[in-house]
Design a binder for this molecule. Structure first.
Ligand code: R5P
Length: 295
């Protein structure tokens, strides 16, 4: 088995190769003067099982194109089975037509990856698991809660807070893993302006260590709003935990200014040093082993 790192792996390719005892290879990559990507597979992959690793954080389109070029090359070069690991899968939040005429980006992306030659797909904490139906092969979503909960296992008096009802299932699993309680807020997003608000709702967080858990922190507005609600209601400390800490623009400052004590994320995307990370690689490796044992 070969683990092939493309251009945006955040070290997960290396970790996977070490855990799986597989050969680690990195693509040869350069940019042409006009900015176009050049990708070369530097080893013979004919007849090999190849695990291709590429996260799709910013610049998302560039990283996606580089992944597609790599998969296509592997197929041409005779790889036996191509398993694509995308730790952070971009474009997943537009998973339906919220307004008439909108494109469903996750459908476009997953159909393209499959059509290009991917046999299996592994992603981490996709926004909605149902979206994987657009990939017409075996597709696995790795939840991030098991890795995140490890960080809190020695902390007591925990209450896990979902920033919206959609995130409640994740928060419930988290709460069970850390022997904590669980609650949720009711968040609304204006589909045109993107502005968010929280419906007044009483949450019993007095004296608690509150962990707000979400899939993505992008602008940080959701987390900051939820943190303020928790602190207003008497929380002792507030922690932010997420799978993908994208932290665009001034998100980090927004989180710090909202009173959040620590931010904990998995390593699906690179993060600033202020963010504590837990590795998702062991969980991906487990999924790969199961995938190859059950083929
Ligand atoms: C939305 O449904 C997601 O689960 C996250 O809550 C959202 O993407 C966070 O975005 P932001 O950090 O920009 O508020």
């Amino acid at each position: 088995m070969i683990v092939l790192g493309v251009t945006a792996t955040n070290g997960i390719d290396q970790e996977l190769a070490a855990i799986l005892g597989a050969r680690h290879v990195v693509v040869e990559h350069k940019l042409f003067p006009d900015g176009e990507s050049y990708i070369r597979i530097p080893v013979d992959v004919s007849g090999e099982d190849v695990i291709v690793v590429q996260s799709t954080y910013k610049p998302q389109d560039k990283h996606l194109i580089e992944l597609l070029i790599a998969i296509d090359a592997l197929r041409d070069l005779g790889a036996r089975r191509i398993t694509v690991v995308i730790p952070y899968l971009a474009y997943a939040r537009q998973d339906k037509r919220f307004r008439e005429g909108e494109g469903i980006s996750i459908k476009t992306i997953l159909q393209t990856i499959r059509a290009n030659g991917a046999d299996d797909l592994i992603v981490v904490e996709i926004h909605k698991e149902e979206s994987l139906k657009f990939f017409r092969g075996r597709a696995i979503n790795i939840p991030s809660v098991y890795a995140l909960a490890e960080y809190f296992k020695n902390m007591s008096n925990l209450l896990i807070l979902a920033p919206d009802k959609g995130a409640l299932k994740r928060a419930k699993i988290f709460a069970e893993l850390v022997n904590g309680e669980c609650d949720y807020l009711e968040k609304f997003r204006d589909r045109v302006t993107g502005e968010i608000s929280v419906k007044p709702k009483s949450i019993d967080v007095k004296g608690k260590n509150v962990v707000i858990v979400d899939d993505i922190v992008s602008t940080g507005k959701t987390m900051a709003l939820a943190a303020r609600k928790a602190l207003e209601n008497g929380a002792l400390n507030v922690y932010a935990a997420c799978a993908h800490a994208l932290l665009i623009n001034n998100a980090l400052d927004l989180l710090k200014n909202s009173g959040i004590k620590e931010i904990i994320a998995t390593n699906t995307v690179p993060v600033p040093k202020e963010v504590k990370t837990v590795s998702i690689a062991p969980y991906i490796a487990k999924a790969i082993k199961e995938l190859y044992e059950t083929r």
